[in-house]
Design a protein around this ligand. Structure first.
Ligand code: 9WO
Length: 253
């Protein structure tokens, strides 16, 4: 069965537009993932289809009303499998990382809530939201882009979603390391040559160089990630070589 995602959003066209491209469109076509958008506006009954209202306590900005979301969620529950968590994308949430995405991808699906305005009535969150997720410490204008990032990150991990050339196994964060640098033609650009080992045809030497670069970048840019790794003796040696070749400014070897 397809991994089933329902997304509550005031802008379903925005979400559906993004889904027409690339790996995501193919995964949807091949029913590896199923994504359905639900607009709370379609679950209103007043003449103006009101989905937002002023904030109790005053101040600028509007708040998403609970009832249209409640009715939309009821319909989602009636139409989908039981037991999927409701996730609200918000800067107040738990930070999303590869482990969380992997964990979600192992389940049968998600119900995502993309907020707009200043947020969602807290009573809806208390009663219906199982978890709040943040993709980073910054604020955007709505949860749609964060939701799409979650959808795309999960889809990449589903069996069959990526083609032969595009394994997720070697991705950053599957390895626990940052990626190595990539080069393509021409051999020289802006006076800078491609590292000669990549032109050597020596596949073992190339694999070693890439591992060394991946380790080195993780060491210099994300020491927090490196701390979580168990390096082999070979990897320790490669990292030491990297450090010797790329001393930090002011550092005497
Ligand atoms: C607005 C705001 C203004 C001052 C201080 C804090 C603030 N938080 C918000 C806010 O959360 N606005 C939201 C807009 C309401 C819910 C949807 N919006 C949203 C989601 N903006 N950014 C996200 C988001 C979601 C996941 N990861 C990062 C950001």
């Amino acid at each position: 069965m397809a991994f089933r995602i329902d997304l509550l959003t005031l802008f379903p066209d925005l979400v559906e537009g993004y889904c027409q491209y690339g790996v995501l469109s193919r995964a949807l076509r091949e029913e590896i993932v199923a994504l359905q958008c639900w607009n709370p506006r379609d679950f209103t009954s007043d003449r103006h289809a009101t989905v937002d209202d002023a904030s109790y306590g005053g101040g600028p900005g509007m708040v998403m009303k609970a009832e249209p979301l409640d009715r939309a969620l009821q319909t989602v529950r009636e139409n989908g499998p039981e037991g999927r968590p409701v996730i609200y994308l918000s800067p107040q949430g738990r930070r999303v990382n590869h482990d969380l995405i992997e964990c979600a991808a192992a389940g049968e699906g998600l119900i995502l809530l993309a907020g707009r305005y200043e947020g969602v009535d807290e009573r809806f969150i208390d009663q219906h939201v199982d978890d709040e997720w943040s993709i980073g410490d910054f604020v955007v204008n709505g949860g749609e882009l964060p939701a799409l990032m979650v959808v795309e990150a999960i889809t990449r991990l589903l069996p069959g979603a990526l083609g032969d050339g595009e394994s997720a196994q070697q991705d950053s964060f599957s390895t626990g390391m940052l990626d190595y640098p990539h080069y393509t033609r021409p051999k020289e650009y802006a006076g800078v040559a491609v590292p000669p080992v990549l032109l050597s045809g020596d596949h073992r030497a190339i694999a070693r160089w890439r591992m060394k670069q991946a380790l080195g970048r993780t060491w210099s840019r994300r020491p927090d990630l490196l701390a979580g790794l168990e390096l082999s003796a070979e990897q320790c040696k490669l990292l030491d070589e990297f450090k010797a070749e790329n001393p930090k400014p002011g550092e005497l070897n």
